[in-house]
Design a protein around this ligand. Structure first.
Ligand code: NAP
Length: 251
């Protein structure tokens, strides 16, 4: 029986994956905002100390996106806090627990996969100037590409396999947090064009049953993406890793 921790495992794709894995006999620990507010570095760090000391699979699926720029109590832009900082912190702080498993996996659900749109705003990571939800989401996606590259580079002797995975458009209900008319537009598009959460979760269940063997794998749904692409640039990954370490060192 595997122990699977799913950050963002209470709803959406993570919730559907939690249901499937639980039914298949895994011990699943789903995390939602009622368990820990992952927009808070302090709460994310505290959560990591409460989780099992041996973890086979860590799924990073928590996200929160907003049309307005929201600043957390700790002074971070919310998208950056949950999409980048919490994922960095969970992977790093749960690494010892993952190393105790036989074939540990970090599965990071993000907007990866041969997409060059969006960039890291190195001079304004918290997007104090000209915030838009798209800009924040795309910066988060590019940062997650670098989190995968950074994790593999920082831990060259680790047994952990890091998988960056883009599920593409999924009708997860994510649109419910938007205001009208965006809510109606995104909701209708998702219902028409998106996969169901059950279908997305079935694909992930199959992936976890036969995980890739490389230390870093990038998949755009089922299609492998070459690591030679500029999104996985090693010097940018090292730069981001150093910045995130500095931002979280006190927690
Ligand atoms: N859906 C898509 O089309 C799509 C496409 C590409 C990539 N992705 C990636 O897949 C991930 C999951 O997407 P989804 O559509 O399944 O998202 P979702 O339906 O919005 O679910 C988000 C999850 O994050 C949790 N969460 C939100 N804020 C939180 C907080 N402050 N603290 C702790 N947990 C929090 C939610 O739990 P509570 O409700 O309990 O707070 C929920 O379990 C996204 O982050 C994104 O990176 C999705």
């Amino acid at each position: 029986m595997r122990t699977v921790v799913i950050a963002g495992g209470t709803r959406g794709i993570g919730g559907a994956l939690a249901d499937k894995l639980r039914r298949a006999g895994d011990l699943v620990v789903p995390i939602g905002s009622a368990d820990a507010d992952l927009t808070s570095v302090r709460q994310t760090a505290a959560l990591a100390t409460r989780l099992p000391d041996k973890i086979d699979v860590l799924v990073l699926a928590a996200g929160r996106f907003d049309l307005r720029r929201i600043v957390t109590n700790e002074g971070f832009e919310q998208t950056f806090a949950i999409y980048v900082l919490s994922r960095y912190l969970l992977a790093e702080r749960l690494r010892p627990a993952l190393e105790r498993a036989q074939t540990p996996i970090i599965l990071n659900l993000s907007g990866t996969g041969g997409i060059r749109a969006g960039r890291i705003h190195w001079d304004d990571l918290q997007l104090t100037r000209g915030y838009t939800m798209l800009k924040a989401t795309m910066q988060g996606a590019r940062a997650n590409d670098l989190l995968g590259a950074g994790f593999a580079a920082h831990h060259p002797h680790s047994q952990i396999r890091y998988v960056l995975y883009n599920p593409l458009f999924v009708n997860s209900g994510m649109h419910r947090q938007f205001r009208q008319p965006t809510r109606a537009l995104v909701g209708a598009s998702a219902a028409l064009l998106g996969s169901s959460t059950g279908t997305a979760a079935s694909r992930l269940t199959a992936l976890l049953a036969e995980p890739p063997t490389a230390r870093l794998t990038v998949l755009r749904r089922g299609t492998p993406v070459p690591l030679t692409r500029p999104e996985f640039d090693q010097s940018a990954a090292a730069r981001l890793y150093t910045l995130l370490a500095e931002l979280t060192v006190a927690s």
